[in-house]
Design a protein around this ligand. Structure first.
Ligand SMILES: N[C@@H](CCC[C@H](N)C(=O)O)C(=O)O
Length: 259
């Protein structure tokens, strides 16, 4: 069966997005999703996203990593599907949609997509690293000379190491540039490589840097390999709320795929 797909990118984190409101896609076909995400034998993407109907919100986002497995929240994917819903005429400039971690508000202002992330009340801080869940699990380590850092090798050692067991974790390496600006490179679980940007990853980095008092402002700039994102938040007595991931999301092409 032929299906129309769209390709989106958000700061270089790229996704195949399919409108599955008619439920034509078999959601358990891990092998086919992985083939489509393959950069040599398929369309090529870091993830595969279905837009579906939802009973309580404008739409539902179902997210798969490039390995074909359904996974936890994708922040850049959430920004891209918001732009896609607007393209489909499903929403205007504001929305609320459902994802695996619950409801998300989102809005589009001057072409920039703002996505509200779930509140974070628990951050584990160690001498060598920080760990928190922003919809997906993130390990964070400060490094120097980030541009020449071997993200794939070091990231996969931590992802598969003793700390996180079978589920693993995404791994972010961070270097402070100014008071409120950080360079971030992320090894993504389920892609098993560095991606050019990770939305839940930069959100985790912004909160971790604030909680460690490396940043004092409540809007943080994150420079990824694929472009710049901002994260704004409010600190409360338990942790963080009103967390927004802000950045561009762009449709790059449309095509037909065999499903
Ligand atoms: N690219 C994503 C994160 C996607 C999920 C992640 N690979 C996982 O399995 O935890 C983002 O932008 O947040």
């Amino acid at each position: 069966m032929k299906m129309t797909f769209y390709k989106y990118q958000g700061t270089g984190n790229d996704f195949i997005i399919v409108d599955n409101r008619l439920q034509k896609i078999d959601k358990n076909n891990t092998k086919r999703i992985a083939e489509l995400c393959d950069r040599r034998f398929g369309i090529g993407a870091d993830g595969f996203i279905l837009l579906e109907n939802d009973k309580t919100s404008d739409f539902k986002m179902v997210y798969y990593n490039a390995d074909g497995n359904e996974s936890s929240m994708c922040g850049n994917g959430g920004r891209c599907i918001t732009a896609f819903a607007k393209f489909l005429g499903l929403i205007d400039d504001e929305t609320e949609f459902n994802a695996i971690d619950g409801l998300h508000k989102a809005k589009i202002e001057d072409g920039i997509v703002h996505l509200q992330m779930q509140d974070v009340s628990y951050i584990e801080s160690f001498e060598t690293h920080t760990f928190l869940d922003t919809g997906s699990p993130h390990h964070i380590e400060m490094v120097t000379a980030i541009e020449s850092f071997n993200v794939k090798e070091k990231g996969s050692t931590i992802r598969y190491g003793g700390l996180y067991g079978k589920a693993g974790s995404n791994v972010n390496f961070v270097e402070q540039i100014t008071d409120d600006t950080f360079a971030v490179r992320t090894y993504e679980r389920g892609v098993e490589n560095e991606t050019l940007s990770c939305g839940t990853g930069v959100t985790a980095v912004a909160l971790a840097m604030h909680s460690k008092a490396k940043a004092s402002k409540n809007v943080i700039n994150l420079k990824t390999q694929g472009g710049e994102l901002k994260v704004s938040f409010n600190k409360n007595e338990k942790g963080y709320d009103n967390i927004w991931l802000i950045g561009p999301a762009e449709q790059v092409f449309k095509g037909e795929m065999e499903w």
